[in-house]
Design a protein around this ligand. Structure first.
Ligand code: ADP
Ligand code: MG
Length: 655
């Protein structure tokens, strides 16, 4: 277990009035206090592993806080260093530095190459990537087109950014060149606080692989050692300013919110981790891209240093205090660090790359100047093909997911269409029902013509509104009990009985049932009154006419509803056709990606074959060389013998 190492760095003051202020931050050893007229203010005193005052340059910060992480990364430990603080407090200055005072990243790069060139017993392979998180999206800073990259996780690689470019590098200059390229692509914005304040988090990453050198590295069976793989993250966070203070609006405001959100999540993660032990509970790494990528560095397998940069001016006192509180919590986090040694197939692939490195070393000192360039290119090409293959696999997976989602949507739409069809069938049924009743009331009162029951037995029939039966003490069969005229539109019990398969509902329930839009039933009091024989025929007729009018209206409404449903149905059908086209299109794309993958695989094979050829050629060259060397040695001995003989022959006559 190892604690995160935390340092606080003051940048030089920018305002001339700073020294006149009555409140000032004072540093004594590793403690900082805010003092009012030289008296510490309570609640404003903090202690850290290291405190750097404004007079100290980047080299000191590097030596004290970062160098040990770099050395450990070369030895196979993951390492992370990040700068945290409000905008304009000196984060970018600390990480990148200036021409006169190079920052942590260039110092680390130079140190790494210096150390690995010195380490003769191990061989190294270094890959570099550079990314930014802008508005919660990951962009590749080395390839402008690679935007919005996804984060993936698997057992072999852990958490990683899929599709990011990784360049294999062999010297510091190459890396500095890549760093410059990435810097140019960084997003810069303007706020009131800092004219060139960075609006994104950037992560500069180096993957360092190494393995012990073998005496005879041509013999494959001698490769038995593990490959060490460590990841070094050097992170420059965007500023943690308060939005109100910066006066940000529009795009700037949106950026600010994203920055604040991810820093807030970082704060939450740090808070949780600093609680330690069993109280920790769930750590919300997944709440932001930043914490997800830095997951191993926070409470995981990495040596970590945080440089908290602060501004000394009085106006920034509250931000400075916030940063110092963050730093105090971070100080309590412990990580569990170990060397990453890999013995799996993935490492075998890495070994193949290292073999090229071996070849390069073997060829050194002979006719290999040009070959060295070729080998580096070859190595990068191979790695690129691998990355491309990974990217394609990721794309394929995403396409597949999109296809599933589409298929799911189509299924849902189909269900909806089916439901609508059923609805329209039931609406049609209600129509028939109303019409039959109209016919019955205006025509014959013959019970046999009352309703065509078989029509109603369609399997799709769903008519919940008439799904009830009025309870009546003396229930009679339809044949023997013709329904009185004025009951016709109230309760055709037999019909309901059949529809409900004998289920009986209370009258109260009947009143509570939501009204069926097509058919309104008169209230129980009026409808259940059996008309007396004395009621005048004319009143009856009038009521019937009114009923007929109502039914006609309902019929019109139904018709309208039906045509609307049909329209909707048509729209859904069209949508379904569109979706089916989309699926076909996606399938095409997947096929294309598949064939591209095949081509890439072929190319990869070809590259491997070339590599083998190259190896073969080197073997041949060495054999030829040793043969020639043998020939030369024997020629030399022969000529020496000849000279000796000649000498002896020329001396002999004198004797
Ligand atoms: P941030 O990245 O935190 O927004 P910068 O690194 O851009 O802040 O710093 C803001 C300004 O202050 C820059 O002009 C930078 O050169 C200057 N600065 C920051 N820290 C130092 C330092 N330690 N020494 C000299 N200048 C510094
Ligand atoms: Mg910055």
């Amino acid at each position: 277990m190892e604690k995160i190492s935390v340092g606080v760095r003051f940048r030089p003051s920018t305002s001339s009035s700073h020294s006149d202020s009555s409140r000032q931050w004072q540093i004594s050893d590793n403690a900082i206090s805010l003092c009012h007229l030289n008296t510490p203010i309570s609640g404003y005193t903090f202690a850290f592993d290291h405190v750097f005052d404004e007079s100290l340059g980047n080299a000191v910060v590097y030596r004290v806080l970062i160098k040990s992480i770099i050395d450990a990364a070369i030895d196979g430990f993951n390492g992370t260093a990040f700068a945290y603080g409000q905008t304009s407090s000196g984060k970018t200055y600390t990480m990148n530095g200036s021409e006169m005072d190079p920052g942590i990243i260039p110092l680390a790069i130079k140190d790494i190459f210096y150390t690995i060139h010195k380490t003769s017993e191990r061989e190294f392979l270094i890959r570099v990537s550079y990314m930014e998180i802008y508005n919660e999206e990951i962009n590749d800073l080395l390839v402008l087109e690679s935007q919005k990259l996804p984060i993936h996780e698997n057992l072999e690689r852990g958490v990683y950014v899929a599709g990011i470019r990784e360049e294999i590098v062999s010297n510091a200059e190459q890396v500095l060149q890549l760093l410059k390229l990435g810097e140019e692509n960084r997003h810069f914005g303007e706020t009131n606080m800092n004219a060139r304040s960075s609006r994104s988090h950037t992560i500069f990453r180096m993957v360092i692989e190494s393995r012990a050198k073998e005496e005879d590295s041509f013999k494959e069976d001698t490769i038995t050692d593990a490959v060490r793989v460590s990841v070094l993250n050097l992170v420059d966070l965007a500023g943690s300013e308060r939005i109100a203070k910066t006066g940000a609006e529009g795009v700037r405001l949106k950026e600010g919110k994203h920055i604040n959100k991810s820093l807030m999540v970082l704060g939450n993660v740090i808070n949780k981790l600093s609680e330690g032990g069993k109280q920790r509970g769930h750590i919300p790494y997944r709440d932001s891209k930043l914490t997800r990528i830095l997951q191993p560095a926070l409470g995981g397998n990495a040596k970590t240093s945080i440089i908290c940069t602060v501004a000394p001016e009085d106006v920034h006192v509250e931000e400075t205090r916030g940063t110092l509180q963050f730093a105090s919590r971070a100080k309590r986090i412990t990580n569990c660090v170990q060397v990453n040694e890999i013995l799996t197939d993935a490492a075998l692939l890495k070994r193949q790359k290292l073999e090229i490195e071996e070849l390069r070393k073997k060829l050194m000192g002979s006719h290999s100047e040009v070959l060295e360039q070729v080998l580096l290119k070859q190595r990068n090409d191979m790695h690129k093909s691998e990355l491309e293959r990974d990217k394609l696999a990721t794309e394929l997976e995403e396409e597949r997911k999109a296809r599933y989602a589409l298929e799911h949507r189509i299924l849902e739409q189909q269900k909806k269409i089916e439901n609508l069809m059923n609805l329209s069938v039931s609406a049609h049924f209600s129509n028939v029902c109303s019409q039959n009743k109209v016919g019955e009331r205006s025509g014959t009162p013959d019970g046999a013509h009352f309703l065509a029951f078989d029509d109603l037995k369609t399997p799709n029939f769903k008519c919940p509104s008439i799904d009830f039966v009025v309870r009546r003490p003396s229930y009679k069969e339809l044949e023997s009990s013709p329904i009185p005229d004025n009951f016709a539109d109230v309760a055709d019990e037999d019909l309901w009985t059949r529809l409900n398969k004998g289920r009986v509902t209370d009258l109260e329930a009947f009143q509570m049932t939501p009204p069926f839009p097509v058919q309104e039933f008169p209230s129980s009091e009026t409808s259940l009154i059996v008309p007396s024989n004395e009621e005048p025929q004319a009143t009856n007729y009038e009521r019937l006419e009114n009923d007929l009018h109502d039914v006609q209206k309902q019929y019109e409404a139904l018709k309208e509803q039906y045509s609307k449903l049909e329209e909707e149905n048509n729209i859904l059908k069209e949508e379904k056709i569109g979706l089916t086209d989309d699926v076909a299109c996606f399938e095409n794309q997947i096929d294309q990606v598949k064939s591209e993958k095949q081509v890439l695989l072929k190319e990869l094979k070809e590259e491997k074959r070339k590599l083998n050829d190259l190896r073969e050629e080197v073997r041949r060259l060495i054999t030829t060389f040793s043969q020639k060397e043998g020939m030369l040695t024997s020629l030399y001995s022969k000529s020496r013998a000849f000279v000796e003989n000649t000498k002896t022959a020329s001396i002999a006559p004198h004797e």
